[in-house]
Ligand binder design. Structure first.
Ligand SMILES: [Zn+2]
Length: 322
């Protein structure tokens, strides 16, 4: 992690925790005041306003740093303007020491798990856009999503992440997820029974080596820049996760068909999202794919679908080759 990002993250952590009174950073603000839902903290006459947040999980210690000159940290915040009242800050790096974390449940961990955060040139991307701004008074309010890494695989809120920023180990070879397969079959049956539409399984799990060959063939045909816009490099494909399916023709002849429209509007009812929507190429890292769906389970698929955000925006992560 580069020094500037770390400094920024350290400050963001400190500021966030200041908001809920949990900071153990030795840089005490000169003044601070709580008004409505915001906390205004002054550092040497520079006011920083943060949303007031609540940490519900007191078991998660926040890693902080010390001995950073105050002028340096303030400059980092001002440069990137990372604090606003409409965004929620992801506090990273964070060390999770709860007792057990599994991909299905973020409440448990058998051993201490160190979270990771990829380097980025734009720390503002670490902010999670908030579809409906959370309020600590809301009974459904949840703190920032927990990101953790198990054996080289990144999970956020229990969802495996595979994009250009978050790779999978070359030996990760799970095959197509059984629940994903079952839910896909159910969706195919319902689309036909209710609407007479024909959805077909096109492609599912692809191993690291499968993707290696596919990607290199595209590079040989179209060049690397073009290939990167529509094909993942080996280790970066969501298909290697066993949680992605391409339907029907797996090309743009599927765009605009009744099947494509139905898939976009209904796949979340079965736990899927359309992963690479139109107009979000710069966020997802891939061109529009009307045929590529990702299984998340219905809790997350409804939440992401209803937010109108891509998975990257929903979790506040980026997708580009570092
Ligand atoms: Zn695909």
């Amino acid at each position: 992690m580069n020094k500037r990002l770390f400094i920024t993250l350290a400050l963001v952590t400190a500021l966030t925790c200041t908001a809920c009174g949990k900071t153990d950073n030795n840089q005490s603000p000169v003044t601070s005041a709580i008004k409505n839902d915001t906390v205004t903290t002054s550092y040497d006459n520079i006011a920083v306003t943060t949303p007031q947040t609540t940490h519900k999980d007191d078991k998660i210690p926040i890693t902080t740093t010390s001995n950073i000159p105050i002028n340096t940290t303030i400059k980092a915040v001002i440069d990137t303007t990372v604090i606003t009242t409409q965004t929620e800050v992801i506090t990273a790096p964070t060390t999770v020491t709860s007792e057990a974390i599994t991909p299905q449940s973020a409440t448990t961990v058998s051993t201490s798990v160190e979270t990771t955060q990829p380097e980025t040139t734009n720390p503002a991307q670490l902010l999670r856009p908030v579809g409906s701004p959370p309020s600590p008074d809301d009974p459904d309010y949840a703190p920032a999503p927990i990101q953790y890494n198990i054996e080289g695989i990144t999970y956020i809120q229990g969802a495996l992440i595979a994009n250009k920023s978050y790779s999978l180990p070359s030996n990760f070879n799970p095959g197509l997820d059984k629940t994903c397969q079952t839910q896909f079959n159910k969706m195919v049956n319902d689309a036909y029974a209710k609407e007479g539409l024909q959805l077909k399984f096109g492609s599912g799990f692809r191993s690291y080596n499968d993707q290696y060959n596919i990607y290199n063939n595209f590079v040989a045909r179209d060049g690397q820049a073009a290939a990167d816009s529509y094909s993942a490099r080996a280790g970066y494909s969501e298909h290697q996760s066993g949680l992605a399916i391409d339907v029907n023709t797996i090309d743009h002849t599927f765009d605009g068909t009744p099947e494509a429209a139905w898939l976009e509007n209904h796949c979340h009812e079965y736990g899927f999202i359309l992963r690479y929507p139109q107009g979000k190429e710069n966020i997802t890292g891939y061109q529009y794919e009307s045929w590529h769906i990702r299984y998340l389970g219905t809790d997350l698929s409804y939440a992401v679908h209803n937010s109108g955000l891509t998975l990257e925006e929903y979790f506040g992560i980026d997708s580009y080759y570092h």
